[in-house]
Design a protein around this ligand. Structure first.
Ligand code: GAR
Length: 205
């Protein structure tokens, strides 16, 4: 028998910067829109503002400095062992500016999600908002997708488009994009969780 899996999902958020998307996820959990618990914040930047946010929200953090490790495999192995301590089920990338390597991809196959501030496959990589603005496109937006080994590649889960106004500056465009992200990301994660089904074995008494 197939049954909906309504358990709270245990997630880890990965971030490198301000963490406004981490905050949006926390806020959506508080208001009951997202049925999840943030078990761990993983951060690769010692001075990132997201660390202050995590402290205020009492989210345990794993902060590491990639350059102190011999390889990506080495630090990802340590991340995996931290994630296991908290029984984390899904990895939610929220401005984590680093490619996910084979160690994490293998351990969390199809359970790593990313948000990107453009309509992928246009404008992958860094400064996607600036790239779109400078290219003079009339429409841009936000993409939520599963993570694979590429840079902002992987199957697309959701997209929301935004028309760039004539009087938009790069700053006003960034504000509008972030506003969309903060709604779209928690919403998309929740609907993804609702679509997950577990197979329950029929138990013969
Ligand atoms: C967000 O706009 C996110 O889409 C982007 O980084 C920003 C992080 O903001 N991610 C990427 O560009 C991934 N390639 P935040 O720290 O305020 O959440």
């Amino acid at each position: 028998m197939l049954q909906g899996d309504n358990r709270m999902k245990k997630i880890a958020v990965f971030a490198s910067g301000s963490g406004s998307n981490y905050q949006a996820i926390i806020d959506a959990i508080k208001t009951g829109k997202l049925k999840a618990s943030v078990e761990l914040l993983v951060c690769d930047q010692p001075k990132a503002y997201v660390l202050d946010r995590a402290k205020s929200e009492q989210t345990p953090t794993f902060q590491f400095e990639p350059k102190t490790y011999g390889s990506k495999e080495e630090f990802e192995k340590e991340i995996v062992s931290e994630l296991r301590k908290y029984d984390v089920e899904f990895l939610i990338l929220a401005g984590y500016m680093r490619l996910i390597g084979p160690t994490l991809l293998k351990e969390f196959s199809n359970r790593i999600i990313n948000i990107h501030p453009s309509l992928l496959p246009s404008f992958p990589g860094k400064n996607a908002i600036g790239q779109a603005f400078q290219a003079g496109v009339k429409v841009t937006g936000v993409t939520v997708h599963f993570v694979d080994e590429g840079m902002d590649t992987g199957p697309i889960i959701a997209q929301q488009a935004l028309v760039i106004d004539q009087d938009d500056t790069e700053e006003t465009l960034a504000e509008k994009i972030h506003e969309i992200e903060h709604e779209l990301y928690p919403e998309t994660i929740q609907s993804l969780f609702e679509q997950l089904f577990v197979k329950k074995e029929e138990v013969t008494p």
